[in-house]
Design a binder for this molecule. Sequence first.
Ligand SMILES: C[S@@+](CC[C@H](N)C(=O)[O-])C[C@H]1O[C@@H](n2cnc3c(N)ncnc32)[C@H](O)[C@@H]1O
Length: 271
Amino acid sequence: MSVFSDRVARLRKERKLTQMELAEALEFSRQTVSNWEKGKIEPSVGVLLKIAEYFGITTDFLLGNEAYTTQYEGKYKQEGFYWGSKINRLAREVLRLIPPERPLRLLEVGCGEGQAAVFFARNGYHVTAFDIAASGLAKGRKLAKAAGVHVDFFQVDLLHHDLVNDYDVIYSTDVLEYVPPKKREQLLRSFRDHTTVGGLNVLDTFVEKSFIDVAPDWEHSKEFYWQTGELFSHYRENWKFELCEETIFDCDSGGMPHQHCMDMIIARRMT
Ligand SMILES: C[S@@+](CC[C@H](N)C(=O)[O-])C[C@H]1O[C@@H](n2cnc3c(N)ncnc32)[C@H](O)[C@@H]1O
């Protein structure tokens, strides 16, 4: 699927439109909209302009030349650190399980405001970190500068980014729920393939539970619950679990108390 297909489908769902409703608004057939979303036809420049005008976005955005951002773009622009200053338990586990006694490369996926990335850099890892929210990256760069460390921060949409290098650690917390079910196998395969032997994948994600309400700040058209055990099932054969856990915890992100169920893993590549 092209970036265009993905974005037109996401924009339509965000506005809660059916394919028929979008087709009528743009004066095309429902089949044409369906074909755009399936990547079966690429629109002409004129059609791109029409779609962009309708959604109030740019053609560059539709073509993927501008990043698709999240609610955090605005949140990270506020004073202070939206996620507080506490370092995640999984980050501490990385230090314990794979200490940087030799040069180790660590990739953080969806690094937010960069606190974990800077924590790793301060502890001696060579850190690369990306997020879609430019405002978070700007904070991360400042934090790294203040700490006197280097982190290679860059902005990219993880759904449209191919990993090139290999890493000793791929670390991502509270991000995988932004990956739609159909894209999970491909993304996690790329994490596995780009991990060195002996290296770690350190991941967590939110899991659906019938007895837990959807979080008040859930981004409905962008976030998708995982199923219990689904994350674990991507790590078999030559992977060993250093940690594999499901937990329920209280959260007050957005100032509204709620609960989450989370699956987390630390998996080590054995061969
Ligand atoms: C809940 S926050 C977690 C931030 C950080 N990992 C942490 O644990 O504090 C989710 C992060 O994922 C980022 N994100 C969501 N979708 C993304 C995408 N498609 N590509 C890159 N980053 C994305 C958001 O911008 C946000 O910073």
